[in-house]
Design a protein around this ligand. Structure first.
Ligand SMILES: Nc1ncnc2c1ncn2[C@@H]1O[C@H](COP(=O)(O)OP(=O)(O)OP(=O)(O)O)[C@@H](O)[C@H]1O
Ligand SMILES: [Mg+2]
Length: 351
């Protein structure tokens, strides 16, 4: 087993916005593993972060670091082999992990909705898109609305996400990829959730459509005052649309702060390295430094700091003791013994 650090009851949940009003969502010491034949995959390890009301948080990290696993744990839509081993998911003061399945079913989509990775391919080809969104509305709205009320809502949502309401009664195959994804977002909004989780909402789309959809999402978020968690492996995409960033590495949140602060002053070596290997859209051209080494096997993660085998700053303490996620300045959290040594300049080595 890994050495989970126990956060004592009453201890503050790491919030990237100190002194803000009560957060909408607080994830506290969440631990989730997948049980497989050869052992336990440590996909979410002692993860804590808060999302303030009306704010957007980006969760970023390389493939397999546990981003989707966190989202599915928040939604409690996990595969059968998933084991939640500890922690709390507190939404508006209530721990969702204590709710029964029936109660959770009500909170899902009403309170938290999710746009799944690859969701645009999940439309049922047999029904019109409008049929499928109406079905969600009928299932969740109390009292059940009339057909006309449901249609009025869908038209409004279509306009909001940049779709022509004339498309509502069309079949999925009549939509382009970008249109299908916009319709997924419309469906996620149909129950006016307090929190939307968007897992790689635009990855399969071309760049221009990506930009447009992210812009719609941002507009919608401001209009409704929702909180949003965006998930992406691409920190440049995340930075364009979020106020706050949580950087994940191998099942853990290793750095958390405002997007501005994370870009201006990365304090975790992993963040520093991924920023160094991300082309800057606005800044001067520079050579990108590659991130060396392989992501760890989560069946047997490295002890203590999981990043130490790839870290240019690692010393003995890094494989002996796990660095806690510490608030190194108000609203800026990092889990690194050597956070003070990370240079303020990005690396610019040649490949
Ligand atoms: N059902 C499962 N059973 C066993 N292991 C799983 C299962 N689902 C995911 N994993 C493992 O859990 C870890 C985290 O996976 P997850 O899908 O959450 O990563 P991710 O950050 O979303 O990656 P990506 O960017 O590729 O979507 C990975 O090691 C993955 O192989
Ligand atoms: Mg994923």
């Amino acid at each position: 087993m890994t050495d989970t650090r126990a956060r004592t009851a009453g201890e503050e949940t790491p919030s990237p916005m100190p002194g803000d009003e009560a957060p909408l969502l607080e994830v506290k010491n969440l631990v989730m593993n997948y049980e497989i034949k050869t052992g336990m995959v440590s996909a979410v390890e002692d993860v804590s972060f808060a999302v303030p009301k009306g704010r957007s948080l980006g969760l970023v990290g390389e493939s397999g670091c546990g981003k989707t696993s966190i989202a599915l744990t928040l939604m409690q839509l996990l595969p059968n082999n998933a084991r939640i081993l500890g922690g709390e998911v507190v939404l508006d003061g209530q721990n969702l992990l204590e709710l029964g399945e029936e109660e959770m079913r009500k909170r899902r989509w009403d309170d938290i909705a999710m746009v799944f990775q690859g969701a645009m391919n999940s439309w049922n080809p047999v029904y019109t898109v409008g049929d499928q969104i109406r079905e969600a509305i009928y299932l969740h709205w109390e009292p059940r609305p009339s057909y006309d009320e449901a249609m009025a809502k869908i038209s409004e949502l279509y306009e909001l996400v940049g779709l022509n309401p004339g498309m509502i009664e069309r079949y999925p195959h009549e939509y382009s990829g970008g249109m299908k994804q916009r319709a997924v977002i419309a469906m996620a909004l149909s129950c006016s959730p307090k929190l939307i989780i968007a897992d790689e909402p635009t990855t399969a789309l071309d760049v221009i459509v990506q930009e447009q959809i992210l812009e719609e999402l941002r507009k919608v978020q401001h209009e409704f005052g929702m909180s949003v968690i965006y998930i992406s492996h691409d920190i440049a995409v995340i930075a364009e649309i979020t106020d706050l960033i949580g950087v994940m590495y191998a099942g853990k949140v290793v750095e958390l702060g405002s997007t501005r602060e994370i870009f201006a002053n990365p304090r975790h070596p992993y963040t520093w390295l991924i920023l160094s290997s991300t082309p800057s859209i606005t800044g001067p051209r520079r050579q990108l430094a590659p991130l060396e080494g392989e992501p760890p096997n989560l069946l047997d993660p490295p002890p203590a700091c999981r990043f130490h085998p790839r870290c240019p700053f690692a010393t003995d303490i890094c494989h002996e003791r796990e660095p806690p996620l510490e608030e190194i300045k108000p609203g800026h959290w990092a889990a690194c013994w050597h956070h003070e040594e990370v240079p303020t300049e990005l690396v610019t080595e040649s490949r």
